[in-house]
Design a protein around this ligand. Structure first.
Ligand code: NAD
Ligand code: ZN
Length: 680
């Protein structure tokens, strides 16, 4: 694709500027275009083209590869073959016959609007201020009042070819207009230069915002609801962590979801106002919004003074009602050719005094769903402040949500990775085996919480794996019950819950019986035996509340079965861990939680245990150089292979991945073969 056209470059710069400011459009919402000429390589003649943001992606980070490039003569010719509104969806396939060269990105449904409107530059955006006017009951009158004849009202219509024709006609009939408000949806502005289009867009957005600021009633969401104010921060977070697993389970009844939590004041203020139940029930309006948030949220109808137990019980009742309501919506609106129902669980759950939980197939999607509901709150505040919030009706929402074109987009999505939606907590994961395991789990699609003694090291390991949508680090001593609970809470607040625990934190003191102090004994047992008990207990509480099953994997050791000298404290603690595997496999199976173990041996590379002096000591005993210790150990194995941290990670993935779904209570040796440690 040619990349040097100045018109396209200018369009990218404008799009990035507009998309960088959340007041202008929601994440991945809206699209922009520019018309210009290029020399047709086939004829050597100039050819008129339109560059338009393609399907998917965000304006703020749009690159030239995200633009579709179409020939204007062919786009305009489509008008002559347009078969009418009933068959307007067919026009999307026709865009493929208008592409210039390879055409760049796939054209989106909004391509018609950009191609047909007779202006060199067009911006279609979803600003909160503009949508507030677009969803006000008297939006048409407000548009006139705010903008005079400079901005024209376009009644709601599902995006598509006809909407493009409508806007083109409006522009032609109103030469003085710089744009329009699209009822129930957003805005479109235009200009003869890129700069003029951007200026017109910003003028509409800022003028609407200023009008709302000046004319809004004092309490758009009604008076404060007594007892519904936000809890103090610590209590709010503790309450959120206590409720999160139940809420994630509710959101995951049809398919497992990752969660995101926010207690931003924009959310808690909304939930502390009298009108929030009525407004939440009305649902969101802009097509982008409710595709990500479902048509409406689930709202807990209890104040924060209710106990956790009362709240959990009520949430479960509300979940049943929500699913019934959603199925009713589907059944009322579905036609024989509608796609099958996509799941009836809420994507947004609102808890007064606490905040908002949002859900998606991964952390980024969950976070964006939350951002979209914040957009919806802003829209409702603006619309209610001036008028009455009146979103598009449910039949129209259904036509968008179950649109054949939307379904086709979903079908094109790549298959999820094997551990997608799973939330892993790996202890001792700032180093060695734990770090390799966390890396592998993340590579297989899991969200990972790295817990280790040192917060900075845990955060550094998390940053190495990926940004906060993939991995977060927490500081926790696994032998301290409060710290363990805090780590599980952090996991639950970061990703909505926990499904997969790897008890890996450990350390090794090799001493003879007579040299082992009481302190040595206690340290080995506190970190490994007690530590994994505490971590499993706190995580299992969340897993049981989620009702989504789970995995617990213990990194035990060859030394849990092998008997040799100078190892009484370490070996006994490892044997304790190994038997926890069997005991808890027997106990937690009733909740669908599998418990398995891995028995490594001789992992020198990357291991802090070896580099912390223990390796030097062993090397001296065996008369080899420390750097050759791994190879030396390899020669003692049956397979004569060196065991690396990644080999342990492979075993962890095998145990929790898609294949060993019917295996619990198992220990897998990863030691390159040590006959004295064979299991029987
Ligand atoms: N390296 C081997 O050959 C080998 C063999 C068998 C078993 N193991 C077991 O594998 C696990 C990982 O060992 P490694 O070789 O990767 O060692 P490592 O020292 O590289 O990693 C262990 C991590 O655990 C952390 N940790 C220690 N005490 C902790 C505590 N109280 N709370 C939280 N984190 C704590 C450490 O900070 C470190 O980051 C250990 O349980 C170890 O016993 C290792
Ligand atoms: Zn739109």
């Amino acid at each position: 694709m040619p990349t040097s056209n100045p018109t396209a470059a200018e369009l990218i710069a404008r799009s990035n500027r507009l998309g960088a400011d959340p007041k202008n459009t929601n994440y991945a919402g809206g699209n922009t275009s520019a018309k210009g000429t290029e020399t047709d390589p086939v004829t050597g003649e100039p050819v008129e083209l339109v560059w338009v943001k393609g399907s998917g992606g965000d304006l703020g980070t749009l690159k030239e590869s995200g633009l579709a490039v179409l020939r204007l003569d062919r786009m305009r010719a489509l008008v002559d073959v347009y078969p009418g509104i009933e068959r307007e969806d067919e026009m999307v396939a026709a865009f493929d016959y208008c592409l210039h060269g390879k055409g760049g990105a796939a054209p989106s449904i909004d391509t018609a609007m950009h191609g047909l409107v007779d202006a060199a530059h067009v911006d279609h955006l979803h600003p909160d201020s503009g949508i507030a006017i677009a969803t006000a009951a008297d939006g048409e009158a407000l548009t006139k009042e705010i903008f005079g004849d400079r901005v024209v009202w376009v009644p709601w219509r599902r995006p598509g070819f006809q909407l493009g024709l409508d806007i083109a006609a409006i522009k032609e009939a109103n030469p003085q207009a710089v744009g329009c408000i699209l009822g129930g949806h957003g805005i479109t502005a235009w200009g003869e230069t890129s700069e003029e289009s951007e200026r017109n867009s910003l003028w509409i957005i800022d003028t609407a915002a200023a009008y709302i600021a000046e004319h809004s009633s004092a309490e758009p969401f009604g008076p404060a609801l007594e007892g519904y104010a936000a809890l103090p921060e610590d209590e709010r977070r503790a309450r959120a962590a206590a409720l999160a697993p139940t809420i994630r389970g509710i959101a995951s009844a049809d398919r497992p979801m990752v969660g995101h939590f926010t207690d931003a004041s924009v959310v808690t203020d909304f939930l502390a106002s009298a009108e929030h139940p009525r407004l939440a029930e009305l649902g969101t309006s802009c097509p982008d919004h409710f595709l990500r948030t479902k048509v409406k949220p689930l709202v807990l109808d209890l104040p924060p003074t209710a106990s956790v137990e009362e709240s959990v019980a009520r949430l479960k009742e509300l979940a049943v009602a929500y699913r019934e309501d959603y199925r009713g919506y589907y059944e009322r609106n579905a036609t024989p050719d509608s796609p099958a129902i996509r799941g009836a669980d809420p994507l947004i759950v609102l808890v007064p005094g606490v905040g908002m939980f949002s859900f998606g197939k991964d952390k980024q999607t969950a976070r964006v769903a939350g951002e979209f509901y914040v957009n919806a709150i802003n829209v409702m505040r603006g619309a209610e402040g001036l008028s009455t919030y009146a979103p598009i009706d449910e039949a129209e929402k259904f036509r968008i949500e179950y649109w054949a074109l939307e379904e086709a987009k979903l079908q094109r999505m790549p298959a999820p990775k094997p551990l997608a939606t799973r939330i892993a907590l790996v202890t001792g994961a700032a180093s060695g085996i734990g770090k390799a395991t966390a890396q592998r789990l993340a590579a297989e699609g899991a969200c990972v919480v790295i817990a280790d003694l040192d917060l900075a090291k845990a955060e550094a390991a998390a940053a190495e794996i990926g940004g906060p949508d993939v991995a977060v680090g927490v500081g926790a001593d696994v032998s301290d019950a409060a710290a363990v609970q805090a780590a599980v809470d952090a996991a639950v607040l970061a990703f909505g819950g926990v499904d997969l625990v790897v008890n890996n934190a450990g350390l090794s003191l090799s001493r003879s019986l007579l040299e082992t102090t009481e302190k040595d004994w206690d340290l080995q047992h506190d970190v490994m035996a007690k530590g994994s008990f505490l971590v499993t207990q706190a995580a299992a509480r969340a897993m049981i509340a989620q009702e989504m099953g789970g995995d617990v994997i213990y990194i035990s050791s060859k030394n849990s079965v092998f008997a040799g000298p100078n190892n009484v404290a370490y070996g006994a603690a490892k044997a304790d861990q190994a038997h926890q595997v069997r005991l808890l496999a027997a106990e937690l199976g009733a909740h669908g939680i599998k418990v398995n173990g891995v028995n490594p041996d001789g992992v020198v590379q990357g291991s802090g245990i070896f580099s912390g002096g223990w390796g030097a000591n062993r090397a001296e005993v065996y008369g080899v150089e420390e750097k050759d210790l791994g190879k030396f150990y390899a020669q003692r194995t049956i397979l004569k292979r060196e065991v690396l941290p990644s080999h342990i990670a492979n075993a962890v993935f095998a145990l929790c991945g898609p294949d060993l779904t019917h295996t619990t209570g198992l220990h897998v040796p990863v030691d390159a073969g040590v006959a004295a440690a064979f299991l029987r």
